[in-house]
Design a protein around this ligand. Structure first.
Ligand code: IPE
Ligand code: IPE
Ligand code: MG
Length: 234
């Protein structure tokens, strides 16, 4: 760790998939087409997962703030979700991709919750994790984890610590976050993985999400391997 001599291979990469709307606008197409093309970028990336050597890829698909968008756009996004799970689940199983969902996904429409539960069960023995953040907000995730850590401390007389909070985050069973990528040129976290990003490397690229290719991820992983991580030491 941190010596700079040994290239460090990333285990866990997360992506804020941003820019579908601008991709469509540039082509005078409806936003829905941008989202559709965004799903295709996800599909390409998931198909390339085996070659990346990653243990986990986490994708920000719908934030807890995205409910503020017009109903029609929210409906489009939910319908894309339904179609994507239905069409790609057999491939996930075949390719040993283990699905995981983070965020308050249990409060989505009942048919989506049922589809996701089925997909989780059917991919449970996969070897590489695809974590999808749905109705996800980092501040709320931390608040939920802190409340659980406090309840546990009250019950067993233990303390509330970094470890007890981390153990109750949605990502508790995932490797530490190595690299966080955001597409579309925006340089902000938009409430994504706030706790987990504490020592993650960051990469902000101008590429709009529908144009993001597996080669972009491969390049980001090469770039990551050359970075020196210090974790506050020297
Ligand atoms: C990202 O693209 C997709 C979601 C947030 C669901 P946007 O829809 O945010 O695209 P821009 O930022 O308007 O270009
Ligand atoms: C973040 O993108 C959420 C997802 C990519 C799912 P937004 O487009 O919603 O973020 P802001 O509004 O630009 O911060
Ligand atoms: Mg956006």
């Amino acid at each position: 760790m941190g010596s700079g001599l040994q290239p460090e291979r990333a285990r866990h990469v997360a992506i804020i998939m941003d820019g579908n709307g601008r991709w469509a606008k540039k082509r005078a197409l409806p936003r829905a087409v941008g989202h559709q093309r965004g799903v295709e970028a996800v599909r390409r990336l998931v198909r390339s997962l085996a070659g990346t050597g990653l243990e986990c890829l986490t994708l920000y698909a719908f934030s807890s703030e995205n409910w503020k968008r017009p109903d029609e756009e929210v409906d489009d996004l939910m319908n894309l979700m339904r179609r994507f799970i239905k069409s790609d689940l057999p491939e996930f199983i075949e390719n040993k991709v283990k699905l995981k969902i983070i965020g308050d996904w249990q409060s989505l429409a009942p048919d989506i919750v049922a589809m996701l539960e089925d997909a989780l069960a059917q991919t449970a023995d996969g070897t590489q994790t695809l974590a999808v953040a749905l109705n996800y907000g980092g501040q709320h995730e931390i608040a939920r984890a802190a409340a659980k850590a406090a309840a546990q401390a009250a019950a067993d007389g233990g303390e509330i610590s970094i470890e007890t909070i981390a153990a109750h985050l949605d990502t508790a069973d995932l490797p530490p976050l190595d690299l966080l990528i955001r597409t579309s040129g925006e340089v902000r976290l938009s409430n994504f993985l706030l706790w987990q990003a504490a020592y993650a490397e960051m990469l902000f690229v101008d590429t709009l999400w529908p144009d993001f290719e597996p080669a972009h991820l491969a390049r980001a992983l090469d770039d990551f391997a050359r970075r020196e991580r210090r974790y506050g030491g020297r």
